[in-house]
Design a protein around this ligand. Structure first.
Ligand code: ASP
Length: 306
């Protein structure tokens, strides 16, 4: 069914200090512009979320692509998922170490593979076979993150029990949800995961229904925040199901975040969009970078949406 396009972006939910607010706003606005170039010209929701996420993977301010958090071994390990609400096709990569834009590989999986999910070396081999160049892991590592990891590890915190997920530790995962003029929904989420994570740890972001979900019949969702609680609740699908049973996305997003907090003491944020163009943005972390564009309005912020 024809629709007016809508694009919603997030760039992570956490206790973001004032000093980095401008950079996050710039980042989500740039992503919004890239996605809207696709949507505004009649392009697909799938292409729009891919292009928006690529811009944020390339932006070092976010925990996605180059500039991501380092794992315990000082390496970048990336996860991403993209999903098409019209067909329910999806493509995901996990624990990849040599891809600048994991969402591009995820898109190739969605479009060109009978499989849904590839991890590690197999994902990278698939990417190469489909024309994507590998990079060295060092190219994804930036000095800010080397220092952050060193400081974290120097604290001498017991690495297995540390509260890696305190709201003060940044959660800069990125995501986008879109509705195109053909009435189709899509979503994408990309992350470097959590600081000092154990090598091989996979978060919620690239798991279908946890960090990302899209179904024309319910909604498109992307989440950010402490991944372990979110995957226990399959939170993105949980929120989309609320929309299917009649909740407005605005309410379903808020309900999802309070469920996350009350049920498993989680924190983070979610963006949610239905096929009528109604959307919700909610978070219980103090701030979340978000941006939205419709035919009528364009807005970005880091504070709670009223
Ligand atoms: N959800 C991500 C993870 O746990 C982190 C984030 O959103 O920043 O891997």
């Amino acid at each position: 069914m024809p629709a007016e396009p809508v694009l919603v972006i997030h760039g992570g939910a956490w206790a973001m200090p004032d000093s980095v607010v401008e950079a996050h706003l710039r980042g989500v606005r740039n992503a919004l512009a890239a996605g809207w170039r696709v949507l505004g010209n009649g392009g697909s929701a799938l292409d729009a979320v891919e292009e928006a996420v690529v811009v944020m993977e390339d932006d070092e301010i976010f925990d996605a692509g180059r500039g991501s958090f380092l794992n315990r071994d000082g390496r970048v390990q990336l996860d991403a998922l993209i999903m098409d609400g019209a067909t329910l096709r999806a493509g995901g990569v996990g624990c990849v170490e040599h891809l600048r834009n994991p969402v591009r590989a995820a898109r190739k999986i969605l479009s060109e593979s009978p499989h849904v999910y590839f991890v590690g070396e197999g994902a990278e081999r698939f990417a190469v076979e489909h024309g994507i160049k590998l990079c060295r892991n060092e190219e994804l590592v930036i000095p800010r993150e080397v220092q952050r990891l060193q400081e974290f590890q120097a604290c001498g915190i017991d690495k297995d029990s540390a509260d890696l997920f305190a709201a003060t530790i940044s959660h800069d995962t990125v995501g986008a949800v879109a509705l195109d003029s053909a009435g189709n929904l899509a979503s994408a989420t990309s992350t470097g995961g959590t600081l000092n994570k154990a090598p091989g740890r996979l978060g919620d972001s690239s798991l279908i229904g946890c960090g990302c979900y899209a179904d024309n019949k319910s909604a498109a969702a992307s989440t950010t925040g402490w991944g372990e609680p979110m995957m226990k609740l399959v939170l993105a699908k949980w929120a989309a199901d609320r929309v299917l049973s009649g909740s407005l996305p605005e309410w379903a997003a808020a309900e999802a975040i309070s469920y996350l907090e009350s049920r498993v003491n989680g924190h983070g944020g979610i963006i949610l969009l239905d096929a009528r163009g109604q959307f919700g943005i909610a978070h219980n972390a103090p701030r979340m970078a978000w941006a939205v564009r419709t035919m009528e309005r364009e807005e970005a912020g880091v504070e709670r949406v009223k």
